[in-house]
Design a protein around this ligand. Structure first.
Ligand code: MG
Length: 168
């Protein structure tokens, strides 16, 4: 039997994942408008990944006979000073998401909800990958600085990213 407090916490996490999706969609649209189509592509794939995170939690709640309750998605910023600013904001946000998932995991552990704890393992691993890939991009952006050719090369590199459904 799924505890109400775990059900509520999972619903909150679903909302957080949907907000992440909305944030990255906003970044994608911003950079599309700026003509940075590779960066826009990277954030569009990120948007798809976040929707997959939310859907995986919804599927899990349903599998546990819980009730998914969709809450309104709060507004997101719609412009960033630079590509690097957007990636720094992404890293900061993903660190926040990581701590939310860790809190959820701790709650599942306290309540001896082993199934939820097990489910969250894949999310914990996913967060390590998320933070690592964003950090690598930030390192590259720091390296090229304001160099136009360098930024162009990063844009082309990120243009190659394609969506692969995460195994959750
Ligand atoms: Mg996520």
């Amino acid at each position: 039997m799924l505890l109400k407090k775990i059900e509520d916490a999972l619903n909150e996490q679903i909302n957080a994942e949907m907000w992440s999706a909305y944030l990255y969609l906003s970044m994608s649209l911003h950079f599309e408008h700026e003509g940075r189509t590779g960066i826009a592509n990277w954030f569009r794939v990120q948007f798809q990944e976040e929707q997959a995170h939310a859907l995986a939690l919804m599927d899990y709640l349903n599998a546990r006979d819980g009730r998914v309750v969709l809450q309104p998605i709060a507004g997101v910023p719609d412009s960033w000073e630079s590509v690097k600013d957007a990636f720094l904001a992404t890293l900061e946000h993903e660190r926040k998401v990581t701590s939310l998932i860790h809190n959820l995991y701790a709650m599942a552990e306290d309540e001896k909800d082993f199934a939820t704890r097990q489910k969250l393992n894949t999310f914990i691993a996913e967060q390590v990958e998320e933070e690592d890939s964003v950090r690598q991009i930030i390192d590259d952006l720091t390296l090229v600085g304001e160099d136009g050719t360098g930024l162009y090369q990063i844009d082309r590199q990120l243009a190659a990213r394609t969506y692969v459904a995460p195994q959750l």
